[in-house]
Design a protein around this ligand. Structure first.
Ligand code: ATP
Length: 348
């Protein structure tokens, strides 16, 4: 049996069925990330695991024990919130040791655990400060430290980096990854940032409307999305997905069969720019985004913008193309993702 198991888990808020029969098995030591658009139920599912939101139907098992009805304090989980939730008048040391003191843990043991956590988190020099004397990133590390000293069975993170600016978010993300490598603790992490999901997760759980769309390693989701929703949720810029009818030169040919009413998905890096007249598709450059290490070229297909379809091509080389340039596009049919009229993967 898996370390943490959700079976048919349901949540209603009045009439709203916010979580719809979720089944999920998590192994010991795994770093699991829940992603999905706003309102899909990520936080609700995490809070149900934490014991902060009641489970209406289904069951939750942790380490061989049914914890569906167990109060949060008895679940042996530690949650780190976006808002840090630190005690403002307590020192960093007291914040970090709070749960241990409450549990009457021996003073010497507390000292040792907090010292060790502070070392791991680079907080040794801040132990006597109060939260308001710390930066946002340091506060978040204190919140993580408070979870670490308890050595819980599972760490739960609810969008822990969303209050940090972009640079600090990137840095703290790396620190969380290192921390997981060092401690090997089972972790469930909620984010709407798919870069965090891709870089941190052993496995990503993509949620939509209270249901799981797909579970897989980051690269499985990127390379083999099960449907159009996952295909367009994972990856920046988004996968190009066009109705097959807008790609008559490509879709429906023997190299790329597409079911009636189906769609073709192309990652931007799988669209190769060619001189005008070459490649399967012809178009006009609509926009060039030079990002330094890579260039995104938006191309309107057809002569002019006749059929209204657009594709984004990603290339690592810089370009002299500019809006209005005529270009050809070549596409390896093997790299194309094919979806049926319901958006489900139609070709493995
Ligand atoms: P976000 O990324 O915006 O935080 P989320 O994926 O975490 O979104 P949830 O907060 O889990 O989404 O909410 C899932 C759905 O349940 C939403 O439609 C939300 O409005 C609803 N919901 C959440 N909490 C409650 C509540 N306490 N009462 C009523 N509805 C709620």
């Amino acid at each position: 049996m898996s370390f943490l198991q959700l079976k048919g888990v349901e949540k209603y808020f009045g009439e709203l069925r916010a979580i719809k029969g979720v089944n999920l098995s998590i192994e010991k030591g795994e770093f699991i990330v829940f992603v999905g658009p706003s309102g899909c139920g990520k936080s609700t599912l995490l809070r149900m695991i934490a014991g902060l939101t009641e489970i209406d139907a289904g069951s939750l098992q942790l380490d061989g024990r049914d914890i569906t009805k167990l109060p949060s304090s008895k679940r042996d989980l530690a949650m780190v919130f976006q808002s840090y939730a630190l005690y403002p008048h307590m020192s960093v040391f007291d914040n970090m040791s709070f749960a241990l003191r409450l549990a009457n843990v021996d003073k010497a043991v507390i000292q040792e655990k907090v010292t060790r956590a502070a070392q791991i988190l680079n907080l040794t020099n801040y132990l006597q400060r109060t939260p308001k004397e710390l930066s946002g990133g340091q506060r978040q590390r204190v919140a993580i430290g408070r979870a670490i000293v308890r050595a819980p069975k599972v760490f739960l993170f609810d969008e822990p980096l969303s209050n940090l600016d972009a640079a600090l978010r990137g840095q703290t993300r790396v620190e969380i990854a290192q921390l997981h490598r060092e401690l090997g603790a089972t972790t469930i992490y909620v984010t709407h940032d798919q870069v965090e999901a891709m870089t941190l997760a052993d496995r990503v759980v993509v949620l939509r409307d209270g249901q799981i769309e797909q579970v897989g390693s980051p690269l499985e989701l990127y390379d083999r999305p099960a449907n159009q929703f996952v295909a367009q949720f994972i990856g920046t810029p988004q996968m190009n997905v066009l109705p097959a009818s807008q790609l008559p030169q490509l879709a429906g040919t023997p190299q790329l069969p597409v079911p009636a009413g189906g769609f073709v998905g192309l990652r931007p890096e799988d669209v190769q720019l060619q001189p005008a007249g070459q490649g399967q598709l012809q178009g006009t450059v609509a926009l060039v985004e030079a990002l330094g290490a890579e260039t995104l070229i938006h191309v309107a297909l057809g002569a002019g913008t006749a059929n209204g379809a657009k594709l984004i091509a990603r290339q690592s080389a810089r370009t002299t193309l500019h809006p209005g340039s005529a270009v050809g596009l070549s596409i390896d049919p093997m790299a194309a993702h094919v979806f049926d009229d319901q958006g489900r993967l139609a070709r493995p």
